[in-house]
Design a protein around this ligand. Structure first.
Ligand code: HEC
Ligand code: HEC
Ligand code: HEC
Ligand code: HEC
Ligand code: HEC
Length: 163
């Protein structure tokens, strides 16, 4: 095998098996102690109430402070964590959430097609409704994407995910 081909083969086999994969990072710090368990679990607020774009485009979307205030100008408005939210909204300052899931810029991912194919959020994001603090539940490696694409007869040519 020519050296260049060998390197590509080794790189790809590494990507496919996920060998040497680092453990998932710890949850990033967030501006407010927001709990999915309280909202999506105990109070059964649907994912789509806050992540309204998942079915319609590449990104799912993170709600703005205005969306929180829609409920929290009434609910728990005297609690310190809620005062942070209502104050940010009054000051016109965004809540800056740190991302838990992100693929590199050279990878194209879209929510729309996955939702249209009938996948549940939990298949990629785990039991979100049971978590107070979200951490990454999938490796987000190429091998992870390809395993499912093979299993579900979704496209696997390079240009599907690398434009
Ligand atoms: C559809 C209504 C709704 C929306 C939208 C909403 N919440 Fe809540 N939130 C609730 C309910 C209901 C509770 C639980 C209240 C209780 O049990 O006292 C809650 C509880 C909380 C708490 C816990 C308060 C405490 O100290 O116990 C925080 C913090 C919070 N929400 C932050 C947010 C943030 C940040 C957003 C926007 C990203 C948001 N919420 C959007 C309804 C909502
Ligand atoms: C009341 C609003 C609200 C509801 C309901 C809600 N989320 Fe969220 N979601 C948020 C906020 C705010 C963040 C950013 C803070 C965080 O990461 O916890 C977030 C973050 C996320 C993230 C991590 C995004 C990233 O990469 O940083 C995922 C995945 C997610 N939500 C999935 C879900 C799923 C699945 C459901 C339904 C089971 C759901 N959410 C219900 C408000 C909501
Ligand atoms: C096939 C796997 C898969 C499914 C199914 C899926 N996601 Fe995601 N999600 C991802 C990946 C991968 C990323 C990182 C995308 C990026 O970096 O562009 C992500 C990012 C996110 C984010 C943060 C960035 C953004 O798009 O706003 C949120 C919020 C989110 N997902 C919520 C959801 C919700 C809610 C559902 C169900 C309606 C869902 N996801 C279904 C794989 C998935
Ligand atoms: C749990 C299964 C699963 C995982 C994990 C998954 N996908 Fe998919 N993907 C699918 C299915 C099913 C389709 C839908 C194919 C269709 O529409 O016929 C799809 C479709 C796509 C499409 C649209 C394909 C087209 O026709 O142009 C892209 C882009 C894509 N996936 C990228 C990714 C990337 C990038 C990752 C990893 C970060 C990923 N997927 C992880 C199951 C998955
Ligand atoms: C279903 C989506 C998907 C398909 C199809 C896909 N890739 Fe990837 N690829 C990814 C994701 C996600 C990453 C980033 C995560 C990682 O590095 O493991 C990636 C990363 C890469 C990298 C960079 C590795 C690095 O270390 O930065 C190369 C090179 C690559 N892919 C080549 C290819 C080639 C060649 C093909 C066709 C044989 C292909 N990919 C098909 C999803 C895909």
């Amino acid at each position: 095998m020519r050296p260049a081909l060998f390197i590509i083969a080794v790189t790809l086999s590494g990507l496919l098996t996920g060998c040497g994969e680092p453990p998932p990072p710890p949850p990033p710090p967030q501006p407010v102690a927001f709990s999915h368990k309280v909202h999506a679990g105990v109070n059964q607020i649907g994912c789509g109430t806050c992540h309204a774009y998942a079915a319609h485009g590449p990104i799912a979307g993170i709600p703005s402070a205005a969306r929180c205030v829609g409920c929290h100008k009434f609910v728990d408005k005297d609690r310190p964590e809620i005062q942070k939210v209502n104050q940010a909204f009054e000051d016109g300052k965004p809540l800056v959430w740190n991302r838990v899931y992100r693929v590199p810029d050279h990878v194209y991912f879209t929510h729309e097609r996955h939702i249209a194919a009938g996948l549940q959020c939990q298949q990629c994001h785990g039991a979100v409704e049971e978590a107070d603090v979200l951490k990454r539940e999938s490796p987000l490696t190429m091998g992870w994407c390809l395993n499912c694409h093979h299993a579900r007869s979704a496209p696997t040519d390079c240009l599907t995910c690398h434009k």
